[in-house]
Design a binder for this molecule. Structure first.
Ligand SMILES: [Zn+2]
Length: 196
């Protein structure tokens, strides 16, 4: 039996999402058909809004719908600390530790082993963040081999400016993802950061 085309389309679109297999896509699509019309419109609109109204902050790379983002606008932030993360979602994890400095988001997860070339990393904005007020740069890359490689690369850039560089202490699971680290492990890693 062929499904009605609009339903088939919805299943196709949903199954393009990560971790959604064909069966889950079908279950979600059938669920959506039973949802109140107003809620479905809200869901569709929220997807459009998030996709087209949220963008990386032109200064730090954090995801925002205002330029610059709320962290860059926040005068209470300690401007002498700059924490470099791979993706904006890592900021949420680090904020939970009570860190109150600023961030720089590389906005990509490195797969250097696959397509790796460090020269394609745009370091221009990063260099601009390294103003004289910055006294310490914390490299908070994921504890993976790629994270290690990018840390070393950024270390060289920061060191040339004579700024202290630290990195998260070990205790984070190797091969893990900062985004999913529990708060205590991450706070300890941040507190135990070492100069490199
Ligand atoms: Zn920002």
């Amino acid at each position: 039996m062929r499904l009605p085309r609009p339903l088939e389309n919805l299943i196709d679109q949903l199954s393009k999402l990560p971790t959604i297999g064909p069966k889950t896509a079908q279950r979600l699509a059938l669920y959506i058909l039973k949802m109140p019309g107003g809620e479905v419109k809200e869901l569709a609109q929220s997807i459009l809004d998030a996709r087209f109204m949220v963008y990386p902050c032109p200064i730090c790379g954090n995801l925002t719908d205002k330029s610059p983002c709320i962290i860059c606008q926040d005068e209470e932030r300690d401007r002498s600390l700059l924490c470099v993360v791979e993706e904006a979602s890592d900021i949420l994890a680090i904020e939970r530790t009570g860190y109150n400095g600023r961030y720089y988001v590389l906005n990509r997860t490195f797969r250097l082993m696959e397509d790796g070339d460090l020269t394609d990393i745009d370091t221009e904005n990063f260099q601009q963040m390294l103003q004289p007020i910055v006294q310490e740069v914390i490299l908070a890359m994921n504890p993976t081999i790629d994270g290690e490689v990018i840390s070393r690369y950024l270390h060289t850039i920061v060191e040339e400016k004579g700024i202290k560089v630290t990195r998260l202490a070990h205790g984070l699971p190797v091969g893990g993802d900062i985004e999913y680290a529990d708060e205590i492990t991450l706070r300890q890693a941040l507190e135990g950061r070492k100069e490199i």
